[in-house]
Design a protein around this ligand. Structure first.
Ligand code: SAM
Length: 333
């Protein structure tokens, strides 16, 4: 298509292009062209005199036969709807019961070149290790990838150890509570997204990261190496038992096992020093978001002859209809 354009020596091409964008004169429907010396920047219209003054010197108004610029289609363009999906490294997860899962997967591969695998979860997150099964819907058959979050790298295997990017904001919130020199115990560390973030960004003295799932600990050790997080100690074992070795050392105890964290409260209280904080996660109904859980924490403290003060409580995310994943933070004396 023949269009008016600015012909500019290549050396001045970038500032001229930026000025045309600011003036809303660059025509994005045509592909910028070039020859050995010059760029040809397609115009929506010829600039008026005051506009022309703002364009870097040494350009000339001309005409050129441009190629049409293909607009990259969006998911909505391809599907007529915006599907629910989440991206972990180069894997996209979609709902398996979503109508036309294959069509959605193909569109994801087309629109996001960095996605190479599309998986659908066949089961919910279940069992002691909080994992689920997946089915390949499109792309390369794998459940392993490397995910980047807050500048840290995480090797994950979605079929073997729990990981969700949905807690990224929550992890950052907990990070903001940790002070340099603190000792942190991550009782249910998984592949390490709390432990490694804290180790890398908060300057703690030590992070003790416990998990019962051998695969989670294998990946956690790999992630310690990937991030050079040498102050993380990875321990494979049951948090209730392992906690006995670290009585009274923690400034912060992270209890991210929302369905059954209450079964580990005595151990958590035993870990925390006077003035330290327990970050307790639970799944609670909307009509009792915090009270019952706070009561359980208070009871555990009382059993150890200690007292707690709730210093923060919040909804982390909605979990199911009328049910929420909440965090309660208590200071233990
Ligand atoms: N904190 C990690 C994260 O944010 O990705 C993992 C959280 S996941 C909800 C809970 C983790 O607790 C799982 O990795 C599971 O293997 C681990 N776990 C379950 N029971 C445990 C126990 N008795 N002792 C230690 N870890 C346990």
């Amino acid at each position: 298509m023949r269009k008016p354009c600015i012909k500019v020596p290549k050396i001045n091409g970038e500032p001229t292009r930026c000025t045309l964008i600011e003036l809303e004169l660059l025509d994005h429907s045509a592909k910028i062209a070039s020859d050995a010396q010059c760029l040809y920047l397609p115009l929506i219209r010829v600039p008026e005199a005051p506009e022309f003054e703002q364009i870097p010197e040494g350009v000339e108004i001309s005409e050129f036969e441009f190629k049409v610029q293909q607009k990259k289609p969006t998911l909505e363009d391809l599907l007529g709807l915006m599907p629910h999906y989440e991206v972990i490294g180069d894997i996209a997860l979609i709902e398996i019961d979503e109508m036309e899962a294959e069509k959605i997967a193909d569109a994801l591969l087309k629109v996001h070149p960095h996605i190479t695998t599309v998986l659908g979860a066949v089961t919910p997150v279940t069992g002691e290790y909080r994992i689920r099964e997946f089915r390949l819907i499109a792309g390369v058959e794998t459940t392993e990838t490397i995910h980047r979050e807050h500048g840290c790298l995480y090797a994950v295997d979605l079929a073997k150890a729990y990981f969700t990017p949905r807690l990224g904001t929550e992890r950052f919130r907990v990070l903001s509570r940790i002070k340099p020199g603190d000792v942190v115990v991550d009782m249910f560390a998984g592949v390490g997204p709390y432990s490694i973030l804290i180790a890398k960004k908060a300057g703690p003295k030590k992070v003790i990261a416990i998990d019962k799932n051998p695969d989670a600990i294998r990946l956690l050790r790999r992630n310690i190496d990937l991030n050079s997080a040498d102050n993380v100690e990875a321990i494979e074992g049951d948090a209730n038992e392992e906690a006995q070795r670290f009585a009274g050392i923690a400034d912060h105890v992270i209890m991210n096992l929302p369905h059954s964290a209450h079964e580990f409260l005595d151990a958590a209280v035993g870990l925390v020093r006077n003035g330290g904080i327990i970050h307790y996660y639970g799944i609670t109904p909307e009509d009792d978001l915090y009270d019952s859980s706070s009561g359980l924490i208070r009871d555990a403290a009382a059993r150890a002859g200690r007292v707690v003060e709730v210093v923060d409580k919040r909804i982390v995310r909605s979990y199911a209809p009328h049910q929420y994943n909440v965090c309660i933070e208590v200071l233990v004396e």
